[in-house]
Design a protein around this ligand. Structure first.
Ligand SMILES: Cc1ncc(COP(=O)(O)O)c(C=O)c1O
Length: 408
């Protein structure tokens, strides 16, 4: 039974480690925290979602009696197209909203499906950053391709070094997953970098999948979208698919609502696959999502709250643990020496739950995990809770450092 895939980890998905949160439970479950627990481990926004969106959801409950259209309602498509043109200055004729925008039930499932429509190649690979959002690797394996993890460290500006990619590797690439703002590091790719990626996709015939879920959470400059390349090139048939979500933008991770948009042929292939195998987004969800995409005021408020929390974190951590204020996203990425050991200590001594960076990355060819020395901290709670938690984090890291120095 060589090809058996199963929860025991054999078969096609055998190369996948358990989810980072399963690993975190295994790391911490035998430890009793000394203080009341607070979790900074999960990227689940805890600011309130817009109330009118929740009201719209319950007002539309009769629609659960119907199958929803897989390609989205006209109201939903036009709300998304409106947001794209407001947020990214996209002219309305860049994307045909009837055929080049599709709803997904949370971007995670759409990201998984994207690799399945990419070109197939002998000895195919799917390129992705390392560390990375875990679904990219599962998507690659399901598409029958080998995931190739590209180092994204402080030395590379937390983005893959495109000059380091060998032409032989690029020739085997079926898809390239890319994330900006990046989870976990918060690095943002500029328009030139995105154009370079697209150039590679065209030259080597692979699908460029750009995960822009954190595009609305930024510090100074609004991150650009790869969709702007369609406008710049005047070509709406690029090998490009971009993902956006309401989970982070509108604090609605439970709504499971996002979209993908991209080049004409790519989106036609995605629509064809989804028409058979895709999960439709419920009508009530599409209705509520249309309201959320049509409103920017709550997003502005949300962004301000994150900025305030980063300012607070800066006063606490500046100058320590390689602290930097990320250009986008809502994570702190701290270099603490040994992420797993620090996470255990923080949990035991302070009841603070953080994610070891290593759980978001894979070992490189030399056996080194590029995120081994990091922890990821999600600044998702409201300011007051966050301040108290960050103080505990600081105390915990100080006592961890004292302990490691004492042990050395
Ligand atoms: C980088 C990145 N992409 C995609 C997602 C998935 O978001 P959702 O499925 O809620 O839209 C997440 C969620 O944490 C993420 O961090």
């Amino acid at each position: 039974m060589q090809n058996r895939s199963g929860p025991d980890g054999s078969g096609r998905f055998g190369a996948l480690p358990p989810s980072p949160f399963v690993r975190l439970r295994a790391l911490l479950d035998d430890v009793t925290p000394a203080q009341a627990p607070v979790s900074l481990a999960v990227g689940e926004p805890r600011h309130a979602p817009p109330p009118e969106v929740l009201q719209a959801l319950s007002a539309a409950r009769d629609s659960y009696a119907k199958y929803p259209p897989i390609d989205g309602t006209a109201q939903w498509r036009s709300a998304v197209a409106g947001w794209l043109s407001r947020r990214f200055d996209l002219a309305t004729d860049v994307l045909d909203e009837a055929t080049q925008i599709l709803p997904v039930n949370g971007t995670r499932e759409g990201l998984f499906m994207a690799a399945q429509i990419a070109p197939q190649k002998p000895d195919g690979v799917v390129l992705m950053p390392n560390p990375f959002y875990q679904v990219y690797a599962a998507a690659a394996l399901c598409a029958g391709a080998q995931p190739v993890y590209l180092p994204t460290t402080a030395a590379t500006g937390h983005l893959p070094d495109l000059d380091a990619l060998a032409p032989e590797l690029l020739a085997r690439a079926q898809a390239f997953y890319f994330c900006s703002p990046a989870n976990p590091q918060g690095a943002v790719a500029d328009a030139r970098y995105l154009a370079r990626l697209l150039e590679l996709a065209r030259a080597h015939n692979f699908l460029l999948v750009v995960d822009e879920c954190y595009a609305e959470i930024y510090d100074q400059t609004p991150p650009p979208s790869a969709l702007q390349l369609m406008q710049a090139s005047g070509d709406n048939d690029l090998p490009l698919m971009v993902f956006h979500s309401l989970s982070k933008r509108s604090n609605l991770p439970g709504l499971r609502s996002g979209f993908c948009a991209g080049g004409r042929s790519v989106m036609a292939a995605m629509a064809a696959l989804r028409a058979i195998a895709g999960p439709q987004s419920p009508l009530a969800v599409q209705h509520a999502a249309a309201l959320a995409w049509s409103d920017d005021a709550h997003v502005h408020e949300n962004r301000q709250k994150y900025r305030e929390k980063f300012t607070a974190a800066e006063t606490i951590f500046a100058g320590a643990y390689d602290f930097y204020r990320p250009a986008g996203g809502f994570f702190l990425w701290l270099n603490v020496g040994d992420g797993e050991a620090a996470a255990r200590h923080l949990w035991a001594s302070q009841g603070v739950r953080v994610l070891p960076g290593a759980y978001l990355a894979r070992h490189d060819a030399r056996g080194d995990n590029p995120a081994h020395s990091y922890i990821r901290i999600a600044l998702v709670d409201e300011q007051e809770t966050m301040m108290a938690a960050l103080k505990r984090l600081k105390d915990g890291l100080e006592s961890y450092n004292l302990g490691t120095k004492g042990a050395a």
